[in-house]
Design a protein around this ligand. Structure first.
Ligand code: RB5
Length: 149
């Protein structure tokens, strides 16, 4: 994921009402990223699985290379995203987690909690996620074993 075109890569982003404020804050704070915003578009109540599935489909269709998902806790939306075999979604709360989910897990989606993670930490998590490469090697073997049950 870390590459020369890092700032121009299309990054899908989606959320439910619990993540709406953080989604907007991230888009403003990371203006060098080209976002594919899949909603939601207000703080009105919606269902997080709808947005996780929308983002997973966008990645499957090649409309974005990776994604950011946000709900109130990050829990529900990450569970929903991980139902898709092509998604490795990591719910993180700090920059170390955001870096490691790329280095060790080749995560293609980062999940954040809009009600649990502050804007500054969330921004730093997204920056780490977008700029860190997968290490491959022994980690690839483990990813190959994830399969689907
Ligand atoms: C919505 O109130 C809340 O349940 C949702 O955003 C999320 O936290 C679920 O995991």
């Amino acid at each position: 994921m870390a590459d020369k075109d890092e700032t121009t890569r299309l990054v899908a982003i989606a959320c439910d009402h619990g993540g709406f404020a953080l989604k907007e804050a991230l888009k403003s704070a990371l203006s060098g990223v080209t976002w594919l915003d899949l909603g939601t578009d207000s703080a009105a109540s919606v269902d997080y699985p709808d947005f996780a599935h929308k983002l997973a489909d966008a990645i499957k269709d090649g409309k974005a290379g990776c994604g950011i998902l946000i709900c109130g806790s990050g829990i529900g939306i990450s569970i929903a995203a991980n139902r898709h075999a092509h998604i490795r979604c990591a719910l993180v709360h700090d920059v170390t987690g955001a870096r490691l989910c790329r280095q060790h897990n080749d995560a293609n989606v980062l999940a954040l909690g809009g009600r649990t993670t502050g804007d500054v930490v969330a921004k730093e998590c997204v920056e780490a996620f977008l700029s860190t490469a997968f290490e491959g090697g022994r980690h690839q073997k483990r990813i190959d074993k994830l399969g689907s049950c």
